[in-house]
Design a protein around this ligand. Structure first.
Ligand code: 5GP
Ligand code: ZN
Length: 114
């Protein structure tokens, strides 16, 4: 999608700090981190939000979780626990409408979420 911020990050049109990339997904550092580790994991195909996930495109989500587990095992900040979360819709806090999973680590996280 031409005017999507995260599609532009994937294309390299907007700079980002890359953490991981393969043919299906891209993981980069959040520009305004809320934890010592705050990454965003996104599918390379444009999916607006979790609402748009179907049997035809859901495979990439399992892949994101699989890579998140691998990265967690490789980084010390994850050893005591970490959080992976997606905000769906404006009232849940979604501000960029390209599906993304926040990967957060390096501090304790409260529950329930605010
Ligand atoms: P949301 O609020 O949609 O759940 O999360 C969007 C996230 O994207 C926010 O945490 C915000 O800081 C991050 N973000 C917004 N614009 C940019 C950008 O240009 N570069 C990077 N790396 N992160 C961004
Ligand atoms: Zn997009």
């Amino acid at each position: 999608m031409n005017d999507c911020l995260f599609c532009k990050i994937i294309a390299g049109e907007i700079p980002s700090t890359k953490i991981y990339e393969d043919d299906k997904i891209f993981i980069f550092a959040d520009i305004a981190p809320t934890a010592p580790v705050h990454w965003l994991a996104i599918p390379k195909t444009h999916i607006a939000s979790l609402k748009e996930v179907t049997a035809d495109n859901s495979e990439v989500i399992a892949h994101i979780y699989e890579v998140a587990a691998k990265l967690a095992a490789e980084h010390d900040e994850f050893k005591d626990g970490f959080r992976v979360v997606t905000n769906c819709g404006e009232s849940a806090g979604q501000s960029v409408f390209h599906l993304h999973f926040h990967i957060l680590a390096g501090r304790a996280f409260a529950w329930p979420a605010g």
